[in-house]
Design a protein around this ligand. Sequence first.
Ligand SMILES: Nc1ncnc2c1ncn2[C@@H]1O[C@H](COP(=O)(O)OP(=O)(O)OP(=O)(O)O)[C@@H](O)[C@H]1O
Ligand SMILES: [Mg+2]
Length: 369
Amino acid sequence: MYIKRLQVNNIRNLKPVDVRFSESVNLIYGLNGSGKTSFLESLSVLSSGKSFRSHLSTPIIARDLKSATVFGEVDIKGATHRVGVEKTIGKGSFIRVDQKTVTNNSVLARMVPMLAIDNQSFELVTGGSKFRRKLLDWLVFHVKHGFHSDWLTFRESLKQRNAQLKTKGISKRELAAWLPQLVSSGEAITEQRIECADFLINTINALFEVEKDFNLTTEFDRGWSIEKSLEEVLNDNLEIDLRYQNTRKGPHRADILFTTDKKKVSEVLSRGQLKSVVCRFYLALCQCFKESFGVAPILLIDDLPSELDQERAQILINQFLSLGSQLFITGVELNYFDSFLKQNKHAKVFHVKHGTISEETFGSESFTA
Ligand SMILES: Nc1ncnc2c1ncn2[C@@H]1O[C@H](COP(=O)(O)OP(=O)(O)OP(=O)(O)O)[C@@H](O)[C@H]1O
Ligand SMILES: [Mg+2]
């Protein structure tokens, strides 16, 4: 599965785009502010209906305009599918797949599975749980088909319960009304998360066995004590929840914990070692996906040179390529990519200048290798 062609209109500073991609590596280079991340955001719209940088439409639509469109040709098992997304200010988004209107973003996510690595991803090991949970849920969403609807039910019942917790004079009986739905959907998503987390953690451990540069323990925390059922913990914590006007424990607090010698990795490891944890986490996600579906997800890697040195980046890229992922990688300098170009004969290079994207061939004047 890979994106063959992309057409973009009115995304950020980009001039109209119509490009065809390599099914392996696509390198995108250009000066700061030229439009590289905007280009990756357009690809992300094809996969999720939104940018990986912002879930809102307004920031990605070109200034002073009311709508933007992204159109892509996607190869799935040799057949070409046409995906179009229009994002508007005020009227929502419109999605069409093979000329049929689609009302659910999840259809896109299943057709064009994609992961994005950018500078935020490197906070995976230092930041809060939200990001780690989101990535685990990305895998669960793909592997467990009932997960999405359970997750939507859980999110809605949690929202209602939290709103009630904020309501003055709310009775415990009124609060209990949301409990059955919250508990059943919460238990369901947790069960599915546990299965996928096991799969993911085993894969991460296997990756660390190959290159054991430091000890790493990875554990799944479901968001509340393993000694209690979700119903018990919600009942036991009711007074505290009422005081804080918020549901303090539950699947919305689930996390993946990385420790080394019983200490948080962020407190012990060097920046380079932390990056290596992050890279293996993404690699493990791709590997689990590949093992489940036989195809690898598409990878967007924004501003790779600022995060990894050339040698480490080349290793990472080769690992993703060996899984069969189509890669889109941005960087400011083309020189940084010289060694990739020598090794990856099918790579394509795109230059971004003031929002204009042009493909460069190996013989072109601006190619420096
Ligand atoms: N909605 C918008 N409409 C028009 N231009 C925008 C909009 N949003 C952002 N921009 C501009 O688009 C340009 C490209 O931004 P982008 O983040 O894609 O650059 P970049 O090439 O990734 O830069 P860097 O190397 O610094 O990461 C910037 O000048 C930015 O100010
Ligand atoms: Mg950028």
